[in-house]
Design a protein around this ligand. Structure first.
Ligand code: SF4
Length: 348
């Protein structure tokens, strides 16, 4: 069966083990909170819950997920747990993978054991015999895919690929098997590069879920160059794969847990680490300012924001915080604030 003919399994989190899903005989398909659908998530979920979760549930209720065999949900936060429950109530088969809150050897072993169980369950659904060497092969493919996406990201950071186009590329490949995704990245890398605008202001963007290419286009049209970015729906969605010998589940676990963390993951040895991480990433990217884009009601990011704000303030790097709700309108309303922020950076 070719990649495009594989049965599809949905996912909605950057911590989903994509090589494992493919090794079990499925094409992973990211379900993004994009599009206009009737607001029906309130049947199951409270109104003041993460708009990411509500939007993908609206898509499910509107039968907009295509021909999915099921969803793999990651226990990343309480909103995701509730989303998993709601999908089941809608009659969609779900697989729920526990995700450790911290890194370290014990977490790596636990996550690996849970992934082994998930692999067995998914293989039972597809009818394939579980095979660890198949998982290793898929990990190698995803490692190459990560490295290829890094090339596109570097072009974006340097201004020779627009942030709008980069985001459209990420959205496309997040719904494709690794080999098809690699072909798509190569196609974009083969296009003529755009000429960087020397007057554009370099800004670093970060946050949780920000998948709309038109939102990046709007930020660029205000005079910004995205010189670095860290979103669950952006360049962070792929992990570099650990190539060493040994248990494939342990290597996959380590690869996923050691990639740049989102705010729901903690390093107990560095409780304020996320502030320093954002500062370092913005400084390394040569940013003149930082734009944080969060979804409303995302407790993990709201809790970490004071640490990030303080780290950037101490370093004298200006910060603009925007709050979104997965609608084009919410970023459109921020245009004036973004323009004023960029004007201030130009004069700085
Ligand atoms: S955006 Fe925040 S609340 Fe929503 S799924 Fe992600 S971590 Fe959870």
């Amino acid at each position: 069966m070719t990649g495009s003919n594989l049965p599809k399994l949905g996912y909605a989190c950057a911590y989903a083990p994509l090589p494992l899903i493919e090794a079990a005989g499925f094409a992973p398909k990211r379900i993004l909170p994009l599009g206009d659908f009737p607001d029906q998530a309130g049947r199951y979920l409270h109104d003041t819950l993460c708009p990411h979760v509500k939007k993908i549930l609206d898509r499910a209720i509107s039968n907009d997920l295509g021909d999915l065999k099921g969803m793999v949900f990651i226990n990343s936060c309480d909103a995701m747990r509730r989303c998993n429950d709601a999908f089941r109530r809608e009659g969609i088969e779900t697989f729920f993978l526990d995700l450790p809150v911290t890194g370290g050897e014990r977490s790596t072993a636990r996550y690996a054991a849970d992934m082994r169980t998930l692999y067995g369950d998914l293989c039972e659904l597809s009818g394939l015999a579980p095979d660890e060497s198949r998982l290793s092969e898929k990990m190698a493919e995803y490692g190459e895919l990560h490295d290829l996406l890094e090339k596109a990201r570097t072009r974006r950071d340097q201004g020779s690929l627009s942030a709008e186009k980069f985001q459209a590329l990420v959205n496309t490949i997040s719904a494709l098997p690794a080999k098809d995704a690699a072909a798509e990245i190569n196609r974009v890398l083969g296009e003529a590069p755009q000429t960087p605008d020397p007057k554009a202001v370099p800004v670093y963007l970060f946050g949780n879920v920000f998948p709309d290419p038109l939102a990046f286009s709007m930020i660029e049209s205000c005079g910004a160059r995205v010189c670095g970015e860290d979103f669950c729906t952006g360049s962070r969605f792929l992990a570099p794969m650990q190539e060493s010998e040994g248990d494939a589940f342990i290597r996959l676990s380590r690869s996923i847990l050691e990639k740049p963390p989102c705010a729901r993951t903690l390093d107990p040895a560095r409780p304020g680490g996320i502030g320093q991480d954002v500062l370092k990433a913005a400084t390394d990217a040569g940013a003149k300012g930082v734009i944080a884009q969060f979804l409303k009601f995302c407790d993990p990011y709201l809790a970490r924001m004071p640490l990030i704000r303080q780290a950037l303030k101490d370093a004298g790097i200006p910060l603009l915080v925007l709050e979104g709700d997965c609608t084009q309108g919410s970023i459109g309303q921020s245009r004036t604030r973004i323009e004023a922020f960029l004007e201030m950076l130009k004069d700085a």
